[in-house]
Design a protein around this ligand. Structure first.
Ligand code: SF4
Length: 340
């Protein structure tokens, strides 16, 4: 891998990376989180401080919403860059939280590296909160209290893992995430740089300084693809299948074409989503059932090789492609079926 520190010279890094003890990227495997890592490489980040965190939306061993390849892709990317990847997850994952019935939300687990180089799993929560029932998909809304998947399966995980590790106490940590203003009006309002939710810099006991940086917040999609092309990063297979965002395979924001494609390439998973709609007597989109929605769409012209890559739990491709191999994937600049 060759990193070129003179790329994007028009913009100096507004953040002094040398002032941090830990630099963490919330790494979904999607293009924006990849761009965050590549941007850090451009800035000459000290790789010894850098780590990636991936929130496993289906829990440790669940299989429901996500692309089967995502965990393996994230692992391969971290290995190719030469930095550690740590997992966080909610016990039972998306499906467990969705099926919650007169129960508390499940505990959160996260991997925590230790001073001796080992990595342990810590678990927290699951005892407090009220007994309640979901038995419904998250709602397609900007409000994270009803679009519960983002809050309960990602945001809470990061906050919990930052608040419950001794290694962040008395240290300065930079936490990066890849939201972009162009994605939605909701995200346009996010601050580019702010105190993280888990920050406790004024606490005399903790002195836990955590800044949140969204380095690609003002970037266009074009600029994101340019940095992937520059480093010749093999993008997550969902883009090659036609998705504009690397989200869960069955993401609630998928439109007709995405669900038509999912039904075509993965009929069993599509049928499982439809089965829950019938069981809950409530559809993901509220006003139309998935079957009818997929009927309105046209499957993307996928290749068998890309379907195999996306639906495999193993990753067999290089992360950094050879010169001349990089191609803009079919999903680039496609319709944005993303957060509102
Ligand atoms: S990708 Fe879609 S379904 Fe998955 S957690 Fe995010 S909003 Fe929810």
């Amino acid at each position: 891998m060759g990193t070129q520190l003179d790329f994007l010279t028009t913009e100096q890094c507004p953040v002094y990376l040398g002032g941090y003890d830990h630099i963490i990227v919330a790494f979904s495997g999607g293009k924006d989180s990849v761009a965050c890592v590549l941007h850090l490489l451009d800035q000459g980040v000290d790789l010894r401080k850098l780590e990636l965190w991936h929130h496993r939306v289906d829990g440790w061993d669940g299989e429901f919403m996500d692309w089967p390849c995502t965990n393996a892709y994230c692992e391969a990317f971290a290995a190719a860059v030469g930095v550690p990847l740590y997992w966080t997850w909610k016990v039972g994952g998306f499906e467990g939280e969705m099926l919650r019935e007169n129960a508390r939300t499940a505990p959160i687990c996260f991997q925590a590296p230790q001073p001796d180089g080992s990595v342990i799993v810590k678990q927290t929560g699951g005892h407090g909160g009220v007994l309640s029932t979901r038995r419904a998909f998250p709602q397609v809304a900007a409000d994270l209290s009803v679009r519960w998947c983002s809050a309960y399966l990602k945001i809470d995980n990061a906050r919990t893992a930052l608040r419950n590790q001794e290694r962040f106490v008395g240290k300065r940590t930079l936490f990066l995430s890849g939201e972009r203003a162009q994605e939605s009006p909701g995200r346009a309002h996010y601050a580019r740089f702010e105190n993280d939710d888990a920050d406790a810099r004024t606490s005399p006991r903790l002195r836990r300084h955590i800044d949140r940086w969204r380095p690609v917040h003002h970037w266009s999609e074009k600029r994101v693809w340019e940095i992937l092309e520059h480093y010749r990063v093999n993008p997550h297979p969902s883009y090659r299948l036609g998705w504009s965002r690397c989200s869960c395979a069955g993401c609630i924001f998928n439109g007709p074409d995405q669900f038509a494609t999912l039904r075509h390439i993965w009929p069993a998973r599509f049928a499982r989503l439809c089965g829950y709609e019938r069981e809950f007597d409530r559809t993901i989109k509220r006003n139309i059932a998935l079957e009818a929605l997929a009927d309105l769409g046209t499957p993307f012209p996928v290749s068998e090789a890309d379907v195999r890559a996306a639906l495999s739990a193993q990753w067999h491709e290089p992360i950094f492609l050879n010169p001349g191999e990089w191609r803009l994937p079919m999903g680039a600049f496609a319709e944005n079926a993303g957060p509102v």
